[in-house]
Ligand binder design. Structure first.
Ligand SMILES: NC(=O)c1ccc[n+]([C@@H]2O[C@H](COP(=O)([O-])OP(=O)(O)OC[C@H]3O[C@@H](n4cnc5c(N)ncnc54)[C@H](O)[C@@H]3O)[C@@H](O)[C@H]2O)c1
Length: 266
């Protein structure tokens, strides 16, 4: 696909930017002319990610921050906006998958941890950034939900409920922010790989020993792919184009939508 430079002179904040999806989207936004502020909890991975940009026509900034800490987030955003520029676009994407266990065995602390990152953390970022956008009467936001937020997969109580929450947050925020000329959409990826997330997910589903999956991770992979109408995994590089589209003026009348990136699983 040919790319244009729809975001020249603008600034994009990407959370979870040291991770697979965040970095792929950050790279796409930079290629399309946007300055990028990379935010992640993991300092070492974030430094590596920032060093991987070989561009001299856009600015790349980094924020090491835990999105569960609202005060730290506000503080770091102030500094990054002063250094790089006001945030025009937000990819609100940091996330954590958590434990895999049926609800009656699901670890209580892990449930709280997943919700505090995937839902409360996403709200923190949305609040802190949209306040700034409201003051400027302009902005576009994409949240990362998941197919787990549109269907409730077994053994993923913390993650599934948090991602349902992200879909709800997207719908509420799209209405709250429409009067301020700000659009809010979400993506719902499913079964991306190969890679660490795919291996972890299939190994942990196999280990739950429930009726839904085989106890052999390789068999779980086959079972899951058999449930995808397109009969293959999604590639991480199939995500950035959709996010860039939703952030851009090409999607100027689209808000409140959660777009599955799922090979046909609905
Ligand atoms: N990969 C998939 O198959 C898949 C499918 C559906 C949804 N998702 C969602 O996509 C998003 C990105 O996932 P990914 O595959 O790139 O995973 P990843 O693990 O590669 O990246 C997630 C990043 O978020 C960061 N992070 C976690 N907690 C944080 C916190 N409290 N504060 C700041 N940063 C934090 C991590 O350090 C990591 O770099 C997540 O929200 C995930 O739930 C992924």
């Amino acid at each position: 696909m040919s790319e244009t430079r729809r975001f020249s002179g603008k600034t994009t904040l990407v959370t979870g930017a040291a991770g697979n999806i965040g970095l792929a989207v950050a790279r796409r936004m930079a290629r399309e002319g946007s300055n990028v502020i990379l935010l992640d909890l993991d300092r070492a991975k974030l430094e590596e990610a920032a060093a991987s940009f070989d561009t001299d026509d856009v600015a790349i900034g980094s924020i090491v921050c835990d999105i569960t800490d609202y005060a730290a987030l506000e503080n770091e955003l102030d500094k990054a906006e002063s250094a790089i520029g006001p945030v025009d676009y937000l990819f609100n994407n940091a996330g954590y998958q958590g434990a895999f266990a049926p609800i009656h065995d699901y670890p209580v602390e892990d449930f709280q941890r997943v919700v505090s990152i995937d839902l409360v953390g996403a709200f923190h970022v949305l609040r802190a950034v949209s306040r700034r956008m409201v003051a400027r009467r302009s902005g576009s936001i994409v949240n990362t939900a998941s197919m787990a937020g549109l269907q409730g997969p077994p053994n993923m109580g913390g993650y599934g409920s948090s991602k349902f929450g992200v879909v709800g947050l997207t719908q509420v925020a799209s209405k709250d922010l429409a009067p301020h000329n700000i659009r809010v959409n979400a993506i719902a990826p499913a079964l991306m790989g190969p890679g660490f997330m795919w291996d972890r997910q299939t190994e942990l589903q196999a280990s739950t020993n429930t009726q839904y999956f085989s106890t052999d991770p390789e068999q779980v992979k086959k079972e899951m792919i058999a449930g995808v109408p397109m009969r293959r995994l999604g590639d991480i590089e199939e995500i950035p184009g959709t996010v860039a589209f939703l952030l851009s003026e090409d999607a100027s009348y689209i808000t409140g939508v959660t777009m599955p990136i799922s090979g046909g699983i609905l």
